[in-house]
Design a protein around this ligand. Structure first.
Ligand SMILES: NC(=O)c1ccc[n+]([C@@H]2O[C@H](COP(=O)([O-])OP(=O)(O)OC[C@H]3O[C@@H](n4cnc5c(N)ncnc54)[C@H](O)[C@@H]3O)[C@@H](O)[C@H]2O)c1
Ligand SMILES: O=c1ccn([C@@H]2O[C@H](COP(=O)(O)OP(=O)(O)O[C@H]3O[C@H](CO)[C@@H](O)[C@H](O)[C@H]3O)[C@@H](O)[C@H]2O)c(=O)[nH]1
Length: 341
C-alpha cells in the first residue's frame, strides 16, 4: 500500500520512510530538498536494500503535486512532514513560514480528495501548548499563544484540518501527532539529523562540540523554576517517533479512528533538563563536554513534557529507547559524518 510521505528526505521523514517500508508499506517521497540532501536517499536505500520512489517537487505546487498523485495511483494515505521548522528563523521570515507550512497543507488538502485519498497524518508539535500551566501536558491541555510564527503555523494547520473535517461533505480522516523533542539517529548510522550550518537544537550542538566542530555548548539559562534551573524537555528517539507514524497510518486504514480528527502527544512521558542531557551524553559517549552557562534564549518554554497515556491506550504506542541509547545513536551518527568528510 502506497503512502505519500511529504518531507520524506528530512530528519524525521527519512526515518519514517524506513519504518513504513519495513512494516510492509510502499513509501513515496515528495521533497524539494530545501532542508535536506540527496545523500539521504542513498542512506535510506542502504538500509532497505532498495530505492524509494522520490518526486523532487514543492508540496505547495498544486500542479506538480497533482502530477505525483496521477503518476502514483493507489496512494492510500499521506504523512505530511514537509515544513520549515526553525523557530528563530520564523521570527525573521514569518511570511516564508506561513506560506510554506500553511500553503503546503492547503495544497495537499485540495489535491488529496481529487484522487480519493482520505487519510492524513500531520506533523504537529508540542509547541502548540505554548507555556503550559501544568505538567505533564495531555491532549486536552488548552493551547496557549505560540511563542513564534513557526508555532503559530502548527496551531493554524491544526485548526485548518479541524475546519476542513467539519465540512458536511468531508471524507478526510486525520491524526495530528504532536511531537516532543526528537533526537538520535538510525541504529545503522546511515541516516540521521543533518543540520545546515550552526545547529539550533541541543543534541546536534552537543555532538558537534564533542566532535570539535564547535568550541563549547552554551546552556541557555540556569535560573528557571525547574529542579536544576535549566529547561526541561521530553526527548524522544527519532525511530520511536517514526514508528508512531506507522501505527497512526494503520489505525486510519483500519478505520479505527473514532473521530474525523484525532490528536496524540508523541513523547516518552519523561522530562529531562539540559544539564541532565549533557551528563547523559558524557556517559553515553565517554566524552567530556565543554560547556558553560549563558543567558536565557528568548521564547524558550521553561519546562514541557508529555502525558503519553492516550497514545499508549488508544494507539498501543510506547517508546522503547532510553535517553542514553538515543544519545549514543546521535554520537555514532556524528562520528559517521566526520568519517565521510
Ligand atoms: N525536529 C523537530 O524538533 C520537530 C518537532 C516537532 C515537529 N516537527 C515537525 O516535523 C516535521 C519534520 O521535521 P524534521 O525535523 O524532519 O524537519 P526537516 O527540515 O529535516 O524535514 C522537512 C523536509 O521537508 C522538506 N520540505 C520543506 N518544505 C517543503 C515543501 N514545500 N515541499 C517539499 N518539501 C519540503 C525539506 O526539504 C525537508 O527534507 C516538520 O513539519 C516539523 O515542523 C519537528
Ligand atoms: O545550544 C543550545 C541549544 C539548546 N539549548 C536548550 O536545549 C533545550 C532544547 O532546545 P532545542 O533542541 O532547540 O528544542 P526546543 O527549543 O524545545 O524546540 C524543538 O522542539 C519543539 C517541540 O517539539 C519543536 O517545535 C521545535 O521545532 C524544535 O526546535 C532548550 O532549553 C534550549 O534552550 C541550549 O541550552 N543550548
Amino acid at each position: 500500500m502506497k503512502i505519500l510521505v511529504t518531507g520524506g528526505a528530512g530528519y524525521i521523514g527519512s526515518h519514517a520512510v524506513v519504518e513504513l517500508h519495513q512494516a510492509g508499506f510502499q513509501p513515496i517521497i515528495v521533497d524539494n530538498f530545501s532542508n535536506s540532501e540527496e545523500s539521504v536517499l542513498a542512506g535510506i536505500e542502504g538500509i532497505l536494500g532498495t530505492a524509494v520512489p522520490t518526486h523532487r517537487i514543492d508540496c505547495a505546487d498544486e500542479a506538480a503535486l497533482r502530477q505525483v498523485f496521477a503518476a502514483e495511483p493507489d496512494i492510500v494515505g499521506v504523512i505530511h512532514f514537509a515544513a520549515f521548522k526553525a523557530v528563530g528563523e520564523s521570527v525573521a521570515k514569518p511570511l516564508a513560514y506561513f506560506q510554506n507550512n500553511v500553503g503546503s497543507l492547503l495544497t495537499l488538502l485540495k489535491v488529496m480528495p481529487e484522487f480519493g485519498v482520505e487519510n492524513l497524518v500531520f506533523s504537529s508539535s508540542c509547541t502548540v501548548y505554548g507555556i503550559p500551566d501544568a505538567l505533564p501536558v495531555t491532549e486536552a491541555t488548552p493551547t496557549k499563544p505560540a511563542s513564534s510564527p513557526y508555532g503559530r503555523t502548527k496551531q493554524m494547520c491544526e485548526e485548518i484540518v479541524h475546519d476542513v473535517s467539519a465540512a458536511p461533505d468531508n471524507k478526510l480522516r486525520t491524526i495530528l501527532l504532536r511531537y516532543f523533542n526528537p533526537i538520535g539517529a538510525h541504529a545503522s548510522a546511515r541516516i540521521g539529523e543533518l543540520p545546515l550550518g550552526v545547529p539550533n537544537n541541543l543534541v546536534p550542538y552537543i555532538t558537534q562540540t564533542a566532535a570539535g566542530i564547535r568550541e563549547k555548548l552554551t546552556i541557555n539559562g540556569s535560573d528557571y523554576d525547574t529542579p536544576d534551573g535549566t529547561n526541561v524537555r521530553d526527548y524522544i528517539h527519532v525511530v520511536d517517533l517514526a514508528k508512531a507514524h506507522v501505527v497512526a497510518v494503520q489505525r486510519l486504514l483500519d478505520r479505527k479512528a473514532t473521530d474525523t480528527v484525532e490528536t496524540f502527544n508523541v513523547g516518552t512521558g519523561h522530562g529531562n533538563s539540559v544539564l541532565e542531557v549533557v551528563q547523559a551524553f558524557e556517559q553515553a559517549s565517554g566524552q567530556k563536554l565543554n560547556y558553560s552557562i549563558g543567558p536565557r534564549r528568548p521564547g524558550d518554554v521553561p519546562a514541557i513534557y508529555a502525558d503519553a497515556t492516550k497514545a499508549a491506550e488508544v494507539l498501543g504506542f510506547k517508546t522503547e529507547t532510553s535517553l542514553l541509547d538515543s544519545l549514543a545513536s546521535s554520537w555514532k551518527w556524528q562520528q559517521t559524518l566526520a568519517d565521510k568528510k
